[in-house]
Design a protein around this ligand. Sequence first.
Ligand SMILES: Cc1cc2nc3c(=O)[nH]c(=O)nc-3n(C[C@H](O)[C@H](O)[C@H](O)COP(=O)(O)OP(=O)(O)OC[C@H]3O[C@@H](n4cnc5c(N)ncnc54)[C@H](O)[C@@H]3O)c2cc1C
Length: 473
Amino acid sequence: MVIEYFCNRLFVIVKLIIRFVFETIGINSKSFEHEFTSTSSSTAHHADTEGNQYRHGLVIFLVTLVFIIAFGYASFFWRKLTAFCLTNKIKKPSATNRPCHEFSHEEKERIVVVGAGVLGSCIATVLARDDRKVTLIERDLKEPDRIIGELLQPGGCQVLRNLGLDECLVSCEEAQSTTGYIIHDWKTGASVHIPYPKASDNQCKEGKAFRHGKFIMSLREAARKESNIEIIEGTVQALIEDNGVVTGVTYRPKKCDDSQEIRAPLVIIADGGFSKFRKHLHSEQVHVSSHFVGCIMKNCPQVKANHAELVLSNPNPILIYRISDEETRVLVDIRCQTLPKNIKEYLLEETLPYLPEHLAAPFEDGVLNERVRSMPCKFLPPSTARKDGVLMLGDAFNMRHPLTGGGMSVAFNDIYIWRELFKEISDLTNYQQVEEAYSRFQNRRKMTHSFVVNILAQALYELFSANDELCLL
Ligand SMILES: Cc1cc2nc3c(=O)[nH]c(=O)nc-3n(C[C@H](O)[C@H](O)[C@H](O)COP(=O)(O)OP(=O)(O)OC[C@H]3O[C@@H](n4cnc5c(N)ncnc54)[C@H](O)[C@@H]3O)c2cc1C
């Protein structure tokens, strides 16, 4: 049905355009012939040349138009087709899929969460507090040192509070309050102040910026306190499938060579942006739009207290925010598929000259003396496909450009929705019930946070990274 519909639409449009091109040429040739046969030869020659130029221009314009439209349609059609095929490959009707594995009483109650990052640690705690038995498997439990997830927007802080986990922000060492942005335009030297909106008490809403590792450790600490959670340090290697239904995982505990297995009627995959399980479970493709290259700037002055800064530089937008009393994160967006070989040299030559004065010295010092790291900035629409016995959430499931710092807020909002939905699932082996909850989850997140954040993140990134006049108009 879908294929037929797109084929028909494509065919009708291409046919109409081609007919229009030929009709236009025919009419013009005739009218030119008719109009100029009775005039003098020199005028006729001149008019002929003009007519030919006009016809050539028109043909080139219309043929280009046909190609652009056809190409647009073809790529749209191709994306839909691959998504459609992947969905069909992954999704199996629940009613016919029953695993052969008989879950023991203990197994039947269990939820396995893969990955104790932002989403995994948080959902494990929330579900455990709602009387679920959770096994949380994380490949490395020591404090992560990454350049992602350092600025939680006010909406994310609020939903973390609603989930009863605001203690994680309080206990997060040296977390910095953020109450808005200062945007600098390198070309005009102008700066614009964009405060966060006001809350009901007329105070500015507040976000938090922190060292990613400290925040993750406080989320994991909250999980560790729950008696319903078992935490295992190990790498999940594969999903166990039984008659098309996921019934558990195999994992290799840290410092152990033997693989082990754990069974559960529901596995939540939260293994992040580089998910190893995505290819078996997701209907969409990951698109890398650029890379963030970042380092720490020591004792960097703030142009306005408690404000993140965004420099609209040429050619890269640059994001700056304080993550502890002494450390300020700088993230330079570089639009490329492969990063320049000598990245430090690139930053000193291509980025440093466009920075406002107060940032120049700390930036130079940071590039020369601190570790410079990079991360790909990805876009991944949420999956329309799923398999019984497994849920994929967090960055494994849906990503947007990180310039606007919305990833963690989306993750916490998704958990908020799932917490409500889980309350209605009495039996995790009732796959029909889980499937229905999944449909409601997709609808609710689209209606609320995810649609807005995903679209806004991509749109603002395109706007802030545009460097030609036309794009900014
Ligand atoms: C450069 C960059 C900057 C960003 N900045 C921000 C920001 O400022 N604010 C914001 O809100 N969002 C930001 N984001 C997005 C945010 O970091 C993510 O949305 C968020 O971390 C997603 O959480 P997650 O739990 O899905 O993945 P992660 O937090 O990455 O957690 C995945 C966990 O799974 C573990 N794991 C992986 N594989 C296995 C396995 N096989 N077995 C066991 N464990 C495994 C990993 O060790 C990790 O602990 C940024 C993203 C990028 C790329």
